[in-house]
Design a protein around this ligand. Structure first.
Ligand code: ATP
Length: 613
């Protein structure tokens, strides 16, 4: 029943204790497994606020104006009143619940079912065309009139695309494994922590390889948990979340970390991550870092796939970087060139920016997952089963040495070759591919680490400042935020006004125009930060900074370094828009705190840093 799910959401929202949240949700999911198994998939999707696997790209995020209209019409209140309540309360979910609660109804509506609510949400997300707004409003109204108690609150928040109860996806995954463990073991025995942890590891491990509840939930309903890895595993056609790297400040840090281990250095190409898949039936696709299907952007790359494969290569998943390529000079072009390539419906005959694919890992080959093989093995298979095609497909350039000077020369060469620096990876021990992890077995060394704070940050634009003087007519600066996935909130981190070309100022202002909102979202944690206008959290920018400092104004990473103060950036500079990152992939508060702490260690060891906002 939807009411039970919403009651569980309320209980979860009332606590911050992870174990308690896990147990509350596991209890609810256990009831669904035993009493309404057909609703389980819908229940899981409602908990993680998604409609389908990420790579299918269907999203809710219904605009505020449509929601207000639907709430007004469903509860018999004027739009004006809804707007006034919203201005006061700041949360449309609460406004919907209060509006519905104060409404006099003649008949008690039929209770809402989880499966029905989910089905209608999915229908709403797929509606398009001329009268789509009216159809959406009608469908939302249809659900709203059946809402009781707190249901309207969560319905509206689901429609907005944010539940804001502090329920992270990995907690849902753990709760799901606990619920199944309970459902599959005799009730008289209390599970040991070890047994629970084992179930948890199995479900989490499988999800990392095959991030699709559409496959995992039915398999869990049908088979014992132990059987899950045999039923669900890495499958070409379904993108796995890529492995990510840890930033380092200098080559000497790499040598310290990897002491006594075999490791390899590769060029860090500066383009776009491209996960290439070939299925047994010949179907082929490319996915972004974010699991977005890029096949329509790279028809030319898909067409060259046969040339890249050795004769016995029938199916694979390759991890690569797509890089802009100068066909005349036969060399790599900077990322800025790649960013001018059209993203959709690219026709091979009209391509202006050619790309070369640099493959650095092979994750699946001819029916077998290679994730647990060593990098040395994976690389050997990559070289044996693929064929370089000049200017179109190449293996990432690599070098093995533990001599600091050799690595420095290789780093310099990579930068001269228009790369970003190096990726340094364990080659044998602890070198399995770790999907979705920012692993310590992959370290990145960028050219500008040596003079900056380390890595750049990827931040979300949430506010703007009206431009004056030369910047009249565009925004003079912007307010940026990092993301806290646990609290599901954007935490203001700094104002930014440098690094923009005049052209960028115009295009950025244009691209943000459709995302202007009347007031900051309730899930923006602003502290004392202010802005002239507010934006919906949609755009991610890469930003560099001189250093990070504790700030009484900003709230980024609050509670991690200081109990009430956040962290801010000094002299932030705009680098580029990160189209390949969604706002929820932005730099997290935890990463900001980590950067701050490392800066403190480095400055204690001799070097700049520090300062107040
Ligand atoms: P950024 O790209 O800004 O460094 P990120 O968060 O997208 O950050 P990181 O893990 O920090 O990802 O850096 C790894 C990225 O570098 C990969 O996502 C990939 O796109 C790119 N890359 C380029 N060359 C390589 C390589 N040889 N091995 C692995 N990744 C590479």
């Amino acid at each position: 029943m939807y009411a039970d799910l919403c009651a569980t959401f309320d209980l979860i929202a009332a606590t911050t204790k992870r174990l308690e949240i896990t147990s509350l949700l596991a209890t609810f999911l256990h009831t669904v497994i035993t009493a309404h198994p057909a609703d389980l998939l819908s229940a899981v999707y409602l908990c993680i606020n998604r409609l389908c696997p990420e790579y299918e790209g269907l999203e809710l995020g219904i605009g505020e104006s449509i929601l207000m209209k639907a709430i007004g019409e469903a509860t018999g209140r004027t739009l004006q009143k809804i707007k006034a309540d919203m201005a006061e309360v700041g949360d449309l979910g609460e406004v919907a619940m209060a509006s519905r609660g104060s409404q006099k109804t003649m008949f008690q509506p039929k209770p809402l079912e989880v499966g029905k609510v989910f089905k209608v949400l999915k229908e709403i997300a797929t509606i398009s065309g001329g009268s789509s707004q009216k159809v959406k409003v009608d469908k939302i109204k249809g659900l709203m009139v059946s809402c009781r108690g707190n249901e309207a609150k969560y319905l509206v928040r689901s429609l907005e695309g944010k539940l804001r109860i502090g329920l992270a996806e990995r907690t849902v995954l753990v709760s799901l494994s606990h619920a199944f463990f309970r459902a599959r073991t005799s009730t008289s025995r209390k599970p040991t922590d070890d047994a629970l942890k084992r179930a948890e590891d199995i479900v989490k491990g499988v999800y990392m390889e095959l991030p699709s509840y559409d496959q995992i939930v039915p398999a869990l309903l049908e088979y014992p948990i132990d059987e899950l890895p045999n039923r669900c595993h890495l499958t070409p056609g379904i993108p796995l979340k890529p492995m990510l790297a840890h930033p380092t400040k200098a080559i000497s840090e790499v040598l310290d970390r990897f002491e006594g281990k075999l490791f390899t250095c590769e060029y860090k190409y500066d383009g776009e991550r491209a996960q290439m898949h070939l299925l047994d039936d010949g179907k082929r696709c490319i996915f972004s870092r974010n699991s977005e299907n890029l096949s329509a952007k790279y028809p030319d790359v898909l067409a060259r796939l046969d040339k890249m494969c050795a004769e016995d290569t029938k199916s694979f998943v390759l991890d690569c970087e797509a890089v802009a390529w100068d066909t005349e000079k036969q060399c790599i072009l900077p990322f800025q060139v790649l960013s001018t390539r059209k993203r959709k419906d690219v026709k091979e005959e009209n391509i202006t920016v050619q790309v070369c694919i640099f493959a650095f890992d092979l994750l699946y080959l001819n029916g077998e997952s290679l994730l647990r093989h060593t990098l040395q093995d994976r690389r050997a298979l990559l070289h044996a089963h693929f064929v370089p095609v000049p200017g179109q497909f190449a293996f990432a350039k690599s070098m093995e040495s533990n001599n600091l000077d050799d690595i420095q020369v290789f780093l310099d060469e990579s930068i001269q070759g228009n790369c970003e620096g190096l990726m340094v990876k364990t080659l044998v021990d602890e070198s399995s591919y770790e999907p979705s992890r920012r692993s310590r077995n992959w370290l990145k060394v960028k050219k500008d680490y040596l003079d900056g704070v380390g890595d750049s940050l990827d931040l979300v634009v949430i506010g703007g400042y009206i431009g004056k003087g030369k910047r009249t007519g565009v925004y003079g600066g912007y307010l940026l935020a990092c993301y806290d996935p646990e609290a599901e909130e954007y935490q203001a981190i700094c104002k930014i006004g440098t690094g923009f070309s005049e052209e960028a100022l115009t295009t950025l202002a244009e691209s943000l125009k459709p995302h202007l909102i009347d007031q900051p979202k309730s899930y923006y944690r602003l502290g004392d930060a202010k802005a002239d206008v507010w934006f919906d959290a949609v755009q991610v920018w890469e930003v560099k900074t001189a250093d990070l400092s504790i700030s009484p104004v900003y709230q980024a990473a609050v509670g991690l370094v200081d109990s009430s103060k956040g962290i801010s950036l000094r002299f932030p500079r705009f680098i580029r828009v990160r189209d390949d990152k969604s706002p929820e992939d932005a730099t997290t508060g935890e990463q900001v705190a980590d950067m701050y702490n490392r800066q403190q260690i480095n400055s204690a060891a001799g070097g700049g840093g520090g300062g107040d906002d």
